[in-house]
Design a protein around this ligand. Structure first.
Ligand code: HEC
Length: 167
């Protein structure tokens, strides 16, 4: 009986380690205004005075244009789509971006949850990292509910990168 309890405790620890979302958001490097954590995943950089990096700033706007109608203002959820502030606490970067690209559905007799796939939608695909970084900052509590006002300057090549994506 003792042994069994021990096994249960261990698996609880393993589950909580897995539930760490994308892990430590601390920026380890940056290229052209985009920040990356030690694992190479996109992350935010928010100064003590509230200045946000360019990607978080653009992500806020692109979330508002493409996701807010279902996931609610400030990513807090609605009656028909989950709070992404909560979801990202348990999802890796790849989980989140994979769901945005491929969509997700959970349809049963009592509910119909359908996340559309955005893989063919350039208004979302060209801003995948900014949208992710904004949600990561919201989920970590690094960014409040207010519209970010101060932001780092637009990276020199930004327009070229976006134009290149839209083709
Ligand atoms: C038409 C409504 C709708 C729109 C627009 C929408 N979503 Fe969703 N999304 C959903 C629903 C419903 C679910 C839950 C699907 C499920 O549980 O199977 C979901 C699930 C998700 C999940 C997975 C959450 C989890 O806990 O696994 C992520 C991440 C996500 N959406 C991100 C986004 C982003 C980012 C955008 C904007 C680019 C977006 N969604 C736009 C309805 C929407």
């Amino acid at each position: 009986m003792k042994r069994l309890l021990f096994a249960v405790c261990l698996s609880a620890v393993a589950a909580s380690a897995l539930a760490a979302g994308a892990g430590d958001p601390k920026p380890a490097k940056s290229t052209d205004g985009e920040y990356f954590d030690a694992n190479g995943n996109p992350t935010y950089n928010i100064g003590a005075d509230g200045t946000v990096d360019w990607y978080t700033f653009i992500g806020y706007r692109m979330y508002g244009a493409n996701c807010l109608q279902c996931h609610g203002p400030d990513a807090l959820g609605s009656s028909y789509a989950p709070s992404l502030v909560n979801s990202l606490k348990n999802l890796s970067t790849q989980d989140v971006q994979g769901t945005i690209i491929n969509g997700k559905r959970d349809v049963t007799a009592s509910q119909e949850l359908v996340m559309p796939s955005f893989g063919e939608n350039k208004n979302v695909m060209c801003y995948l990292d900014p949208i992710y970084v904004y949600l990561r900052a919201r989920s970590d509590g690094a960014l409040g509910r207010e519209r970010p006002t101060k932001h780092e300057p637009r990276p020199d090549d930004w327009q070229k990168t976006v134009d290149g994506c839209f083709g």
